[in-house]
Design a protein around this ligand. Structure first.
Ligand code: NAG
Ligand code: NAG
Length: 295
């Protein structure tokens, strides 16, 4: 064994430990949360916490107190208590919920703060010709929703401010049905294959639904885990990778992993704090990948 490589290994271990420790400290004082539009936000309320304030992104002062101790109904969201565990939840986050959630104790001292960023949701779905496609509103009001379709030979706005438009396109006449929490495209066929982009009132991308046609659906009994992952909009490629790794582990472990992964609250690795310290480059190796070549 060569002394230099042992020394390098020791160096790596030290760097790794440092990364883990700094991530822990960071997580205790200042949490970062990245959520896809329409997902649930959960904030743990420790015993000392007496109020939850919200500072919208881009502002410096709290605009609202969402919850105060003793309040039966929070001003926004819900509070659940199970045993000694108390949490505040918001069912479907929107861009308006981006900002910092600050908890304060009896003396108005900050207990914790969670910075929340919302990202567009990506969904991949397969339909059999003749079925309806549903595009979820992901928590926005129907009256705020704009839906654009982009297919092989067409770019068209299907819904604006919640109402079907583009009725001059015979193809879509009476097939676009806005509902309370979703927009349905009735009886899809080959011309409907493509991307559906849902925008909010300020033209921010809420979700992108990619739809492809398929001959038949895989029997859901065949692989419920995969079906679940697909439903949650995780690209099939990732599923395949995960399956390979996960199925090597115990079945009990598998089910808990899959349940907790999409929720991913409070994981320091889930935020923009950086990737989990699973890989550490050797000395001299670049830590960041080079930028992609310019077109
Ligand atoms: C889909 O379109 C094809 C022609 O492009 C047609 O033959 C078929 O009947 C259509 N399927 C349904 C379910 O409407
Ligand atoms: C649709 O819009 C995209 C982006 O603006 C453009 O690249 C594409 O060529 C357009 N397709 C058609 C059929 O107009």
């Amino acid at each position: 064994m060569n002394g230099k490589s042992a020394f390098e290994m020791l160096g790596c271990v030290v760097v790794l430990l440092g990364a883990i420790l700094s991530a822990e400290c960071f997580a205790k004082n200042d949490l970062h949360e990245r959520l896809a539009h329409g997902r649930q936000l959960k904030i743990f309320l420790p015993k000392t916490s007496e109020r939850l304030e919200f500072i919208p992104a881009g502002q410096s002062v709290a605009s609202d107190v969402y919850w105060e101790k003793g309040q039966h109904r929070p001003k926004r969201g819900s509070v659940f208590t199970t045993g000694s565990d108390r949490r505040w939840t918001l069912d479907k986050v929107t861009y308006a919920d981006e900002g910092t959630y600050i908890q304060k104790d009896f003396w108005q001292k900050e207990v914790s703060s969670v910075k929340v960023a919302v990202t567009p949701r990506h969904v991949f779905t397969k339909c059999v010709a003749g079925e309806d496609l549903s595009v979820s509103l992901e928590g926005i009001e129907l009256s705020d929703a704009t839906l654009r379709f982009s297919g092989e030979n067409i770019n068209i706005t299907l819904v604006r401010d919640g109402a079907p438009v583009g009725l001059d396109h015979l193809d879509y006449h009476d097939r676009v049905r806005p509902q309370h929490t979703r927009i349905d495209i009735r009886e899809v066929n080959t011309t409907d294959v493509g991307h559906y982009t849902l925008l909010d009132r300020r033209d921010r991308v809420v979700s992108i639904v990619r739809m492809e046609l398929t001959d038949h659906h895989d029997s859901s009994g065949g692989n419920p885990l995969l079906a679940l992952l697909l439903l949650m909009g995780i690209p099939a490629g990732i599923c395949c990778c995960c399956r390979k790794k996960i199925f090597k582990k115990k079945a009990t472990y598998t089910s808990t992993t899959l349940q907790t992964t999409p929720v991913g609250q409070y994981s320091p690795a889930g935020g923009p704090a950086g990737p989990p310290p699973s890989y550490q480059p050797g000395p001299g190796e670049p830590t960041v990948s080079p930028p992609p070549p310019l077109p």
